[in-house]
Ligand binder design. Structure first.
Ligand code: GLN
Length: 197
């Protein structure tokens, strides 16, 4: 399995190390052609406005949408979760619009720009240490989206079929369980569970 990491801007190296820890050689995706040789894509944290501009400049928006439409699993962390969202509250900043979610950027304000918390993610044993850095929250989800984790009432992880969004950074906590689950479940781990419940 070839795991791609969108490598235009942001928190690329920690994801690369995490993918390598699980025994894969990631493809650092900078050109649209690379999207055709990967089986899954991770979109890292960073600055969502910058990443979106670079996606436009390198003409990667439509190829990513096409691969998502073909069922390629995509995981967006933090800025990546913003890019996955259908809309951004109070903003007309463009996104890829792949998940039926609305997000609010920098939702924790300046006083808690960055913090860590223990969160419980559906399907994971115990809790995970979650690192939030100028994080968004997911303010609204459509009926096909499954909420996987909340923190103090706000949605911080959600899945829709093969698409996964987390507003925090598991790759910075050296906890590879969510990555392992994502890679093990190309159709979306939570899809089957949702259907069963
Ligand atoms: N605040 C950033 C944004 O709005 C996201 C921060 C992050 O990815 N850690 O794009």
């Amino acid at each position: 399995m070839k795991v791609g990491i969108l490598a235009l801007q942001g928190d690329i190296t920690p994801h690369r190390r995490a993918v390598e820890r699980l025994g894969h050689h990631p493809e650092l995706v900078r050109y649209p052609q690379q999207l055709d040789i990967i089986d899954a894509l991770i979109m890292p944290g960073g600055e969502s406005t910058t990443i979106q501009k670079l996606l436009d400049r390198w003409e990667m928006v439509e190829p990513i949408r096409r691969r998502a439409g073909e069922g390629m699993p995509i995981w967006g962390t933090c800025a990546g979760a913003i890019l996955l969202a259908r809309s951004i509250r109070g903003s007309d900043q463009p996104t890829l619009g792949l998940m039926d979610t609305q997000v609010e950027r920098n939702a924790y304000g300046r006083q808690v720009d960055s913090f860590e918390a223990e969160v419980t993610v559906e399907g994971m044993e115990g809790s995970m240490r979650a690192v939030f850095i100028r994080a968004p929250i997911i303010t609204h989800v459509g009926p096909s989206v499954r909420v996987l984790a909340t923190h103090e009432g706000a949605i911080v992880a959600a899945a829709e079929g093969h698409l996964l969004a987390t507003t925090f950074h598991p790759e910075l906590a050296d906890d590879d369980r969510l990555l392992q689950t994502f890679l093990d479940s190309p159709e979306g781990l939570w899809t089957g569970k949702a259907a069963a419940s």
